[in-house]
Design a protein around this ligand. Structure first.
Ligand code: ADP
Length: 163
């Protein structure tokens, strides 16, 4: 394998075990994986950019070749900035496919040499999304098995502070 730095972009609001599964897989393939937390003003987030970055940092700190960063604006501009051409995305089910396919082709239109690599998580994470976790958490349900331990602790702590 060549010496390739891959970027895994996403909202990660919050990071879930599905995201971590994809990051672990990517870290075995690429020399370095940069998890790039997106700052998207058009999306209403549960957690601030700073919180999402720090939760992700804590969750991946034991994986040696993974870094966590953030960006705003176009992904292709961020790729240029860090001199990478490779995007990693996770594919859970057919429902992800259309959106991901469109994004991959659009990114390639914007930057010709961009490649998007899709990784499939373990079956047990195919039903999992940040939005489900947010929903369960806001309704007081048990989401312990869906997020990294550190994320769970942080979310519980915040929940209590907000009571
Ligand atoms: P975005 O807003 O960019 O879709 P997400 O944080 O929802 O950000 O997802 C980031 C990436 O991780 C996407 O490619 C998404 O398909 C993938 N992903 C999300 N949840 C899972 C999961 N449970 N298993 C595998 N991949 C996932």
């Amino acid at each position: 394998m060549k010496n390739i730095v891959a970027v895994y972009p996403g909202s990660f609001d919050p990071p879930t075990n599905g995201h971590i599964d994809i990051i672990k897989r990517a870290s075995k393939i690429f020399s370095k994986v940069i998890v790039a937390v997106t700052h998207n003003c058009n999306k209403k987030h549960m957690f601030s950019l700073e919180d999402r970055v720090s939760m992700m940092k804590e969750a991946v700190k034991s994986i040696k070749n993974v870094e966590v960063s953030s960006f705003s604006g176009l992904l292709v501009d961020y790729l240029d900035k860090i001199d990478s051409f490779c995007i990693v995305r996770g594919l859970r089910a057919l429902s992800d496919f259309e959106y991901e396919f469109q994004m991959a082709l659009m990114n390639r239109k914007l930057k010709q040499d961009v490649e998007t690599i899709f990784l499939v998580p373990d079956q047990e994470y195919t039903f999992l999304s940040s939005s489900t976790v947010r929903e369960i958490a806001s309704l007081g349900g048990n989401f312990k098995n869906f997020v990294p331990k550190s994320v769970y602790k942080e979310m519980i702590k915040r929940g209590k502070e907000n009571v």
